[in-house]
Write a protein that binds this ligand. Structure first.
Ligand code: P53
Length: 474
C-alpha cells in the first residue's frame, strides 16, 4: 500500500470563498469582502487599486458566496458521504475579532467554528484549519496599514491564542498563513496592503513578510504551550519554475524564481533567513526592520510539516522579452509541452511529483498537499448533474503521480485535499463559473441562483478513490 493507513483524503475551502454571511453574528468587515468580481478585481487584490468601501457599481461575491455559513451541516454531510478523512477550512479572523484589535473575542464567532468542528468530528473527519486564508479585518487595514505594521503581530497572537485554547483537544492540524508567498503577488489578499503612489513597494512587502514570518513562528510557539498535540504547517503556493531551455542563463533564472518562493518556507522550516535572500535584501536596500529576539523566535519555532498548493508548473527564460503571460497571478511563460485549462493554467501532473521531490529533498519533513484541482466551466443538466470527466481526468493523473512520489521516490505524505470540493468563489477572478467541486452549487457570477447543491459525476469517483485509499482510480 503506497499511502499510509491514516492518509488524510479530503477537500479544502477558505472562509471568504464559501461562507457568506459577511455581516452576521457580529462579524467585522474584512479585506476579502471588498474584492469585486470583474475587471477591477486584479487591481484590488494586488493592492494597486484602492477601493476600501462598497460601491453600487460592483458586485462583491464574498458577501454571500455559497452561504456555507447556513449550509455547513448539509455540506459536511456530503463530504462525509464521499468518505472524507479531513476537511480543510479557514477561520474568518473578523468573526473572532471583528475589528482585530479588541481585547476579547466575539463568542458567536468562536461558537460557529466550534459547531463546525463538532460537525466534522461527528463523522470522524479531522479538521485541518488555516488560521488566515487571505483575510484580515478591514479595521486593521484602514487604521494600521495591514501587515506592514508590527502591531498586527500582537493581534494575530490574540487570534491564535483564542483559537488554540477554545479548540484544544479537537483540532490537531493548523496552517498559519495560506500561500504565504502570495504577499509578493496579491499583496492586498496576502497582507492587507494598499499601495500609495510614492510607496517603496518592495520594501513594504518585505516588511510585511517579516511580520508574517515572525507571527507564524509565534503561533507555533503558542500552540506548543497550549496543546503539545498540535502540528503546525507552513503553506506555500508551489509549482516549480522550469527553465525554458537548457541554456545556463535560463536554468539560472529558474533557480532564482524558485528561490523567490522557497525563501518563505526556508525561514518557516529551517528557522532563519537563507543567505541568498539576506544578500539580496542588503544589496537592494530592502532589509526589513527586525527587532531583538526575532531571530530566536524564528529559530526556535519551526514548522512540523510543509503544506502546499499545486495547480501547475511554471516556466521562465532569461529573455526579458519572452512570452510572459499572467493567466495565473504567478507570471509564467507558455510551456509548449503542456495543455492548459480554460483559464490558461498549464496542466502538468508530473510537475506535482517533481515539486514534491524538490520540497521533500529541501526540508525532509512530512508534506501535505492541501490544494489541487481543475477550475472549469460545468454545464449541469436539469437535475444539477454534471458529467465532469475532465475534472476526473485531471485529478486521476495528479493522484497517480502523487502515488509514485510516495511509493517510488519515498516522500512522506500526510494527506491530500482537493481545492473546492464544493463549488465556491474563485480567489483570482471572483467568478462562480470557475468551478472545482464534486458538488455543484446553483449560483452564477452575479449572485443569481437557488444555492441548491447537487452531486457531479466526480462525486462518486472521489468516493471510490478514498474508499480504496487511492488504489481504484478508474
Ligand atoms: P482560483 C492563484 C490566484 C489566486 C489564488 O485559485 C491562488 C492561486 C493559485 O496559486 O491560490 C489558491 O480560485 C488559493 C485559493 C484559490 C485557489 O488557489 O483563482 O489558496 O484561495 O481559490 C484557486 O482559481
Amino acid at each position: 500500500m503506497p499511502f499510509r493507513e491514516d492518509f488524510l483524503w479530503g477537500g479544502a475551502t477558505a472562509a471568504n470563498q464559501c461562507e457568506g454571511a459577511y455581516n452576521e453574528d457580529g462579524r467585522g468587515l474584512a479585506n476579502v469582502d471588498l474584492c469585486p468580481v470583474g475587471e477591477d478585481r486584479r487591481g484590488v487584490i494586488t493592492g494597486f487599486t484602492k477601493m476600501l468601501d462598497f460601491d453600487d457599481d460592483h458586485f462583491y461575491p464574498a458577501q454571500e458566496a455559497i452561504d456555507m455559513y447556513h449550509h455547513y451541516k448539509e455540506d459536511i454531510a456530503l463530504f462525509a458521504e464521499m468518505g472524507f478523512k479531513t476537511y480543510r477550512f479557514s477561520i474568518a479572523w473578523s468573526r473572532i475579532f471583528p475589528n482585530g484589535d479588541e481585547k476579547s473575542p466575539n463568542e458567536a464567532g468562536l461558537k460557529f467554528y466550534e459547531d463546525l468542528i463538532d460537525e466534522c468530528l461527528k463523522y470522524n473527519i479531522e479538521p485541518l484549519i488555516t488560521i488566515t486564508h487571505f483575510d484580515i479585518p478591514m479595521h486593521l487595514v484602514k487604521e494600521y496599514g495591514g501587515w506592514k505594521n508590527r502591531e498586527i503581530i500582537t493581534f494575530y497572537e490574540n487570534l491564535v491564542r483564542s483559537i488554540f485554547t477554545r479548540y484544544k483537544g479537537k483540532v490537531k492540524y493548523y496552517l498559519t498563513f495560506n500561500e504565504i508567498n502570495m504577499i509578493m503577488h496579491a499583496s492586498f489578499l496576502g497582507a492587507g496592503l494598499v499601495f500609495e503612489e510614492d510607496d517603496d513597494i518592495e520594501k513594504i512587502r518585505y516588511q510585511a513578510v517579516h511580520h508574517e514570518l515572525v507571527a507564524s513562528a509565534l503561533a507555533t510557539k503558542i500552540a506548543r504551550e497550549i496543546d503539545p498535540e498540535i502540528k503546525i504547517g507552513c503553506m506555500l503556493a508551489a509549482g516549480l519554475y522550469y527553465p525554458a531551455s537548457p541554456k545556463p542563463e535560463d536554468v539560472f533564472e529558474a533557480q532564482k524564481k524558485n528561490r523567490e518562493n522557497y525563501f518563505f518556507t526556508d525561514v518557516q522550516s529551517r528557522g532563519y533567513y537563507p543567505s541568498y535572500k539576506l544578500e539580496e535584501l542588503k544589496k537592494k536596500d530592502l532589509m526589513p526592520i527586525m527587532e531583538d529576539g526575532d531571530e530566536e523566535i524564528l529559530k526556535n519555532n519551526t514548522v512540523d510539516f510543509i503544506s502546499f498548493s499545486y495547480y501547475s508548473s511554471r516556466m521562465v527564460s532569461s529573455d526579458k522579452n519572452g512570452d510572459k503571460k499572467e493567466s495565473n497571478i504567478f507570471e509564467s511563460e507558455k510551456n509548449p509541452y503542456l495543455k492548459e485549462s480554460e483559464w490558461g493554467w498549464a496542466i502538468d501532473p508530473l510537475g506535482l511529483r517533481i515539486t514534491m521531490n524538490d520540497i521533500y529533498d529541501r526540508y525532509q519533513k512530512p508534506l501535505f498537499i492541501v490544494e489541487n484541482g481543475l477550475g472549469a466551466i460545468d454545464t449541469p443538466d436539469e437535475n444539477g448533474y454534471v458529467e465532469d470527466d475532465y475534472r476526473i481526468d485531471y485529478l486521476r493523473e495528479h493522484i497517480k503521480v502523487m502515488k509514485n512520489a510516495v511509493e517510488i521516490d519515498g516522500v512522506d505524505l500526510l494527506g491530500y485535499t482537493t481545492w473546492g470540493p464544493i463549488d465556491l468563489v474563485s480567489a483570482g477572478t471572483g467568478q462562480m463559473k470557475k468551478r472545482y467541486g464534486f458538488i455543484y452549487v446553483d449560483r452564477d457570477d452575479f449572485g443569481n441562483g437557488s444555492l441548491k447543491r447537487s452531486k457531479k459525476k466526480s462525486f462518486d469517483w472521489y468516493k471510490k478513490v478514498i474508499a480504496s485509499n487511492g488504489e481504484d482510480l478508474d
